[in-house]
Design a protein around this ligand. Sequence first.
Ligand code: HEM
Length: 496
Amino acid sequence: MSQRLTTTAGATVPSNETSKTAGPRGPLLLEDYQLIEKLAHQNRERIPERVVHAKGWGAQGTFTVTHDITQYTCADLFSEVGKKTEVLSRWSTVAGEQGAADAERDVRGFSLKFFTEQGNWDMVGNNTPIFFVRDAYKFPDFIRTQKRHPKTNLRSPEAMFDFWAGQPESVHQVTILMSDRGIPKNPMHMNGYGSHTFSMWNKDGVRHWVKFHFRTHQGHKTYTNEEAERLIGSTRDSYQEDLFNAIEAGEYPKWTLFIQVMPEQEAETCGFNPFDLTKVWPHSDYPLIEVGELEMNRNPENYFQFVENAAYSPSNVVPGIGFSPDKMLQARIFAYADAHRYRLGTHYEALPANAPKADVHHYHKDGAMRFFRNDTGNPNAYYEPNQYEDAPRADPAVQEPPMKIDAEAFRHPQVITDEDFVQPRKLYAEVLSDDERKRLHQNMAGAMAPCSDSVKERWYAVLGRVHPDYEKGVREASESQPAIPVTDSTPVTAAE
Ligand code: HEM
C-alpha cells in the first residue's frame, strides 16, 4: 500500500494535481493553501552555491588505520591499527559554477570529513601538493581572475595570466595545472593533498610538523584538451557518472594515506620555509610514512542533503592534530566557517551531512533552524560558569602543547627569489618527459592565446626564470596557435 501524501504538517493531502477554483474555468481560490505552499517551496529550493569549488561530487566511506603513528599523534582516529572511521568526501573543480562541465582544466578540491570519536576532522585539500599564492590577501583577487569578467561575463584568460605574471610564485602551480595532471579523468584517478603544513602532537606533548598525502590506488589517468572537449560535447557530468556508477558496481575507489613528518625545532634550520604553501617538502629528506587506507564505498542517499550541505573547514581539528604558522592556513581557519554560516545557516554543523558522531554539548543557543537538542538534560545549565556537576565542561587535557613564537609582528614584504623557481624548474626539467613538456607548452599557449602581448611577455619572463626552454617552448607553441578573436581580453579602461 502506498504511503499517504501529506502536508508538511502531516495532514493527508486530497489532491496534488487539481487547483481549487470557483468553477472549472477559474479563478483560483487563495484558500488552496497547498498550492501556495508548493510554489513557495519551489522558490526556496536553491541555496547560494559555494563562492569557489561550486561543482562537486561526493561519496561516503571508511578510513582504516594500517600503520602505527602514535609516536606522532594522540588523535584517537589513529590510536590503533585496524581502527575504522566514517568519512564523507567531496571533490570539486575550483572555478566553474554548479552547472559547469566536469572535465575542465582546473585544480580539483579534495575534501574529507572524518567522523571521529573525538569530533570531526576535516581535511580540505586539493589534488596538488602546493598552491598559487602564499598570502591570504591574494586569494579573493586570484579567485576573481578565475571567475567571470564583470562586463563581458566571460572567463578572462587576460585576467588569469595578468594575475599570475604579477605573482611569479604561482608558476609552480600553473605548471601543474597546464600539465597532463590538469584534467584528471575523474576523482578516482587523482591524489589528494592537505597541501599546507599541519601539526601533530603525541601523548607526551611532542609536536611535529606534518604534510598529508592521499595516493590513488586507481592510478593517475588524465584527459588531453582534445579528449576533454569531445567528452564535454557528449556529457558535462562525466565525473558524477564515473564515480556514481563505479560505487554502484562495487568498484570502490581507494587511497593510501601517507604523512611527511618534520620535528618541531627543525622548521628553524631546515633551509627552506616549511610553511610556504607554494613549495613541497623534498621526499628525500622527509619520506612518506604510511598511515592507512581510505575506501569510498557508498553513494549518498541524497546529493543535496549530503554533498551540497557538506560544510568542510580547516578549523575542524581534533586533539592530536593542529594548525601550523602557514598564514594561508590561518586565514582559512576563519573563512570556511564564515562561508557556511552564510551559505547554510548558523547551525550548519547540526545538518545530517556534518553532524558529528561524537556527542555534542555546547553553550551556543537558539537562532534560525535550531532544530536539534543541544542541552545536557539539565535545563539549568544554560550558561557557564555554573554550579552543576553534570554540565558540559572544557577539558584542559586536550590543549595542544605551547608553541614558542619569537618574532617581530610586521607586514613582512613578499620577496621573490630564485628559490621560487627551483621546484618548478625541477618539475619541468627533471620530472616531465619530452612529450609531457610538449603538451605543457601547447596547453599553456592555448590557454593564453587570447591574452594581450604585454601580458604574454610578462608571463614569458616568469617562465624564463624557471627555465629558458620553458619560455622558448611556450613562445614557439604560441606562435603556432590559430589567431583567436579578441573578446574578453580587451582591456576595460578605468573610466568604464
Ligand atoms: C586564504 C586562502 C583561501 C580561502 C580564503 C579559501 C576560501 C574558501 C571558501 C570560502 C570556500 C567555500 C566554502 C563553502 O562555501 O563551502 C572554499 C572552498 C574550498 N577550498 Fe578554499 N580557500 C583558500 C585556499 C584554499 C587552499 C589552499 C585549498 C587547498 C589546499 C583550498 C581548498 C578548498 C576546497 C577543497 C574547497 C571546497 C570544499 C568543499 O568540497 O565543500 N582552499 N575555499
